[in-house]
Design a binder for this molecule. Structure first.
Ligand SMILES: [Zn+2]
Ligand SMILES: [Zn+2]
Length: 752
């Protein structure tokens, strides 16, 4: 008997093998199979029975390691769809669907059970005292203050390996009695020790009620766009839907959230209602633990999967509902092959398996909005906040005026905080501190200064591996590339002109944190960005401290804008709304509008109300203006009009084809020969509504020592992208030099 096996290799074909009589019974589609391939063993999945080919003697399958298929017929069909739509080999689509423990031939990694943790034991509240204590020990101060910013404790491994502090600096702090180091047991499951929250009874509002009525009456495959302003109670709708689908109708469900560690409150609310019916698939699970959850879901022991992007592949049977919370988030798109979007996969899976899909957001993606306009999705609206919450008033602070005023005074700035935080925002902050209320400050730029520039010749310190400037970090002090993590000591002299005047430009979160601490000496400030973690769970810990009222000011990057609900937060300040607004990317304005609207939505969720200040140099930009007015539909109509000349999604379908290699010449020449190839093909077989744009260097034209060029394919009919993409990737020959590579990104979330 012959079988056709998909292997996780970059080849657009399956391979035929022979199974003996003993194996024949188990050799069904969806079974894993160990097979000989060239001179090695490969682990693949049987996808069909095999056809004999003339003149070829198939090799025998080496082993079938499982008793049951790892993929059911529905999941296998979903893999076929992904392979075709995203133009990847079937074996690579299958690999992304299975838990890592099943897709590697090696055993799952053992779980580490303990770690060493450093924590501050002596607090030094005043800056004067601090200057004295650390007079000659700059490194110790840096480490001490970093620990503070991490909430007073952090894993030693994180400090020494990721942040590169010397262990001797830590030892000195321990000897001086300022810091203690202890062994700590690592929780197997971070949700294991999170107190199970009490399930409060909420009565749906009329708007929530009518959304639920529509969902309960829906038929399998129906897609709903739940557009609800921030604080309008979307989570309650999800929970009541699942109560009906899972508890009353006995089916199963998937809930997707952008990132578990950043949305602990949402996950807790599901746990409160559904308890151990839920498998929470989060990044802190080891491969083995993830596999355990996968089995529990497959065997029906757990009936709800909650997780980020890949939870869409949970092996549930009789799927009744899929919720995609914050459906506009770009984290739903996978960055490597298959470059799938979990929202699109959800819709395809639901159609096949008869589930209802809810896409929820206060700021839906333009794609989903247009689909709702066209009647492909049904729109549900929650127009107002629930309970006593009101949408906050938003004030714009024009930073250009502030700068003009400062220039008129014709004096050197001595008040550094004023350069970052305007007077009205500072007044509002100190008012909240007096009242014991909490504030959130957003600055979407981590590090201390965005870049370092020579004051003589203007040279900017940039990464040796990427075409991107280096960010200046304190604690530990170094220049870091945010693309490839290259780090080097700070410069004392300009390498180009030997000048000694090096200036830091562009405020980062580390610097603003320091300025705030100087101004508001008694305030409890927490910073949250990718540098303030010792493992992904640290973010949830910081959020727990905010919830417990242990933080007065939470300062952070975009990660603080995701679905947090703290009734005592009455002030939100956006330090610099313009970060990212001018990126050379067609979604730059949309992302800016979403971020501003989402972070503004953190204010005023309780009875005390809220206020928002947005600091900007472009107050007339439609992304800023519409966020200020809480006007989503106005933003959409202006933004959609802007995507007509030139056309961009959702007005057209695109794929970004990226060419990369170790030399600039070879990369550029590959991109241009590919373009010529595509044009020749289209001349021979014209495809109406299909255009090839480029080639051009990518906006970031070198990353990790690889040069990058790209070509944009635009199509009126989605099918043409699959067809032409596949034809191109299969037939176009990439020369064997300069490590040249081609990647195909369908429906890209960014073009950088
Ligand atoms: Zn210079
Ligand atoms: Zn770099």
């Amino acid at each position: 008997m012959l079988v056709s096996v998909a292997l996780p290799l970059p080849l657009f074909r399956t391979f035929t093998y022979e199974v003996d009589d003993a194996q024949a019974e188990r050799a069904r589609p969806g079974m894993r199979a160990v097979v000989p391939f060239r001179n090695r063993r490969e682990l693949g999945v049987i996808v069909a029975s095999g056809e004999p080919a003339p003149g070829v003697t198939p090799k025998p399958v080496i082993a079938l390691p499982d008793d049951e298929p790892v993929l059911g017929a529905d999941m296998l069909a979903l893999c076929h769809w992904m392979a075709e739509y995203y133009v990847v080999p079937l074996g690579i689509a299958i690999r992304s669907v299975l838990p890592a423990a099943l897709s590697s031939q090696s055993a799952p990694q053992p779980v580490r059970r303990t770690r060493r943790v450093a924590s501050i034991v002596r607090e030094i509240p005043s800056l004067l005292q601090r200057d004295e204590v650390f007079a000659r020990t700059k490194q110790q101060r840096a480490l001490y203050e970093l620990l503070e910013s991490l909430g007073g404790r952090a894993a030693v491994e994180h400090l020494t390996e990721q942040l590169r502090f010397s262990p001797s600096v830590l030892q000195s702090l321990v000897k001086r009695g300022m810091v203690a180091v202890e062994e700590e047991v690592v929780a197997r499951d971070p949700f294991g020790w999170r107190a199970a929250p009490k399930s409060a009874v909420h009565v749906p509002s009329p708007a929530q009620r009518s959304a639920l009525d529509a969902l309960f009456a829906a038929k399998g495959g129906d897609v709903f766009l739940l557009h609800g302003v921030t604080g309008s109670g979307k989570t309650l709708v999800y929970i009541e839907l699942l109560r009906e689908v899972v508890l009353n109708r006995g089916r199963t469900a998937i809930v997707l959230v952008p990132e578990i560690a950043l949305t602990p409150q949402t996950v807790d609310r599901f746990r409160a209602v559904f308890g151990d019916q839920i498998a929470v698939l989060h990044s802190a699970l080891s491969d083995g633990e993830r596999y355990d959850e996968w089995l529990a879901l497959r065997d029906g022991k757990k009936r709800i999967a909650v997780g980020a992007r890949s939870a869409i592949f949970a092996p549930l049977r009789d799927l009744g509902a899929i919720v995609v919370d914050e459906e506009h988030e770009s984290s739903y798109k996978q960055g490597e092959a298959p470059r799938y979007h979990a929202r699109e996969v959800a819709i395809i899976r639901a159609k096949r398996e008869g589930a209802v899909v809810v896409l929820g957001s206060a700021t839906p993606s333009l794609e989903s909005w247009v689909n709702a306009d066209a009647g492909r999705y049904a729109r549900l609206t929650l127009p107002a906040r629930v309970g006593e919450g009101r949408l906050p008033a938003v004030d714009v602070v024009d930073l250009r005026e502030a700068a003009r005023e400062a220039a008129n005074k014709r004096q050197e700035p001595t008040d550094w905080l004023r350069l970052v935080i305007s007077e009205p925002l500072e007044r509002a902050l100190s008012d909240r501190l007096k009242k014991g209320e909490q504030s959130i400050l957003l600055l979407n730029r981590r590090g201390y200064a965005a870049f370092v520039q020579c004051g003589v010749c203007g040279d900017v310190a940039s990464c040796p591996n990427c075409s991107i400037s280096l960010t200046y970090h304190r604690a530990p002090e170094r220049l870091v590339c945010h693309y490839c993590q290259h780090a080097e000591p700070p410069r004392t002299q300009c390498p180009r002109c030997k000048g000694l005047l090096l200036k830091q430009r562009g405020w980062g979160t580390q610097q603003v944190e320091r300025l705030l601490a100087d101004r508001f000496a008694t305030a409890r400030i927490a910073r949250m960005d990718v540098d303030t973690t010792s493992g992904k769970w640290a973010h949830a810990e910081i959020l727990d401290r905010v919830a417990a009222g242990e933080v007065d000011i939470l300062l952070g990057t975009q990660m603080i804008a995701k679905g947090l609900d703290f009734p005592n937060v009455t002030l939100v300040g956006v330090v610099d709304a313009d970060v990212g607004i001018n990126l050379p990317d067609f979604r730059a304005s949309e992302r800016c509008f979403q971020l501003l609207s989402q972070v503004a939505g953190r204010a005023g969720r309780g009875p005390k109300g809220g206020r928002v200040f947005i600091q900007t140099r472009v107050p007339a930009h439609h992304a800023v203006r519409c966020a200020v007015e809480h006007d989503y539909t106005k933003f959409v109509s202006q933004e959609l009009a802007g995507r007509n000349t030139p056309t961009y999604p959702p007005n057209v379908r695109i794929a970004n084809v990226v060419f990369s290699g170790t030399t600039e010449a070879a990369t550029a020449s590959l991109a241009s020969s590919a373009t010529t190839w595509l044009h020749a093909l289209l001349r021979k077989r014209p495809v109406p509504g299909f255009t090839v744009i480029g080639p051009a260097p990518c906006a970031v034209d070198r990353i990790k020592n690889r040069w990058r060029w790209h070509v944009l394919l635009k199509a009126e009919h989605p099918r043409d992208l699959s067809r032409l993409g596949r034809y191109f990737l299969e037939r176009f020959r990439v020369p064997n030099e300069a490590q040249l590579r081609v990647t195909f990104d369908r429906d890209p979330v960014a073009l950088l």
